[in-house]
Design a protein around this ligand. Sequence first.
Ligand SMILES: Cc1ncc(COP(=O)(O)O)c(C=O)c1O
Length: 410
Amino acid sequence: MSQSSSRPAPSLTSSDLFAAFDALTPGQARARGSAKWTERPNAVISAWVAEMDLGTAPAVTAALRHAVDDALFGYMPTPVWRACRSAVIDFHRDSFGWDIPEEDVSLLPDVLSSLRAIISRMTRPGSPIIAPTPAYMPFLRIPGALDREVIEVPALRGDGVSAPVWSLDLEGIETAMAAGAGLLMLCNPWNPVGRVLSAAELDAVAELSAKHGVIVFADEIHSSLVLPGGAQHICYASRPGADPALTFTATSASKGWNIPGLHCAQLIASGQARARFNADPLCSSLPGSASILGAIATTAALAEGRGWNEAVREYLRGTLETITGRLNGIDGASVTMPEATYLTWIDFSGALADGRITGAPAEFLEREAGVSMNEGVTFGSDYAAFCRLNLATGRGIADEAADRITAALA
Ligand SMILES: Cc1ncc(COP(=O)(O)O)c(C=O)c1O
């Protein structure tokens, strides 16, 4: 079996990477054939689904190439999942100061499969599920598919210097918990608003969870995309107040290294939560569905691809600063610079109010500007005036997206 560490990947400097990203054109991005660039054929610029146009770390590509050469396409060998588990533990210790015992980590095919299984098997039958909104779209659909009610708790919107500052409505969450909710879906960093939740917010959630006996599903898939020079990600389960019996963390290298199609995420749970998860036939079957190539890629990403991820975050920060500045210059649009992720959450209320946008804003801007974004209402019923714009692309493409939106609203 090939060991990626024995065959080092070529190293690229940040300036090589940035030059390659800057040079990317929409034609090249489309020719690669990603879902992002091919599923919306009418768009000139595709900026919707959360994929990056920036490739992945050379260490990941090299590890996958070796696996392909060795036709390593079978079932998961023990050394492969163990190496992946060690890489996950090392990454969390080094990046977030959280020491995780080995037995607390298991592989998953993806984050959402664990959310489905935990809702259906670990929560009180029939109990509603809390989604702080705006929420990653499947959070609003999955409970309904499992015959559960979703309680949307809209974020508090504070006034920032040029754009809103989003925070959890803890009172609203408590009301939903007191009404019998079984689980809170806590997305941190928060897609789509890009917030990194503070220790105080996490501690308040932990207190409420313990008080009302509500499970917290901490989705930390975006933790490897915190932008440099600002907030520091804190793992919910690492907070002293988070009750292990009520806490599940799901994470993945899929966002930070752009490998969601390889299907390997991780579930971190300890104590009673881990015991219940392992004892349940549906939950305990999930590790067996993680992909061998995903585990190999994840190990390479977390063990050898951190430099690439750092460079990408630096590049994203520059793009996000430039483009949020440009979008805030448009009369009738307002957007907050994210602390993490490559996603921007744009409020077009002004342009809707004065009639420059008519109808659903993402549909309007795909038609009039050629820029394909996600419709705000899919993130929660309060957000019909919003769009989510994905800026994980070359600077030239991001600039063209801003040019086109600006021109459509002139
Ligand atoms: C917050 C969040 N959770 C989960 C997912 C999907 O993860 P997976 O493909 O591992 O199910 C995404 C994808 O964009 C996401 O943004």
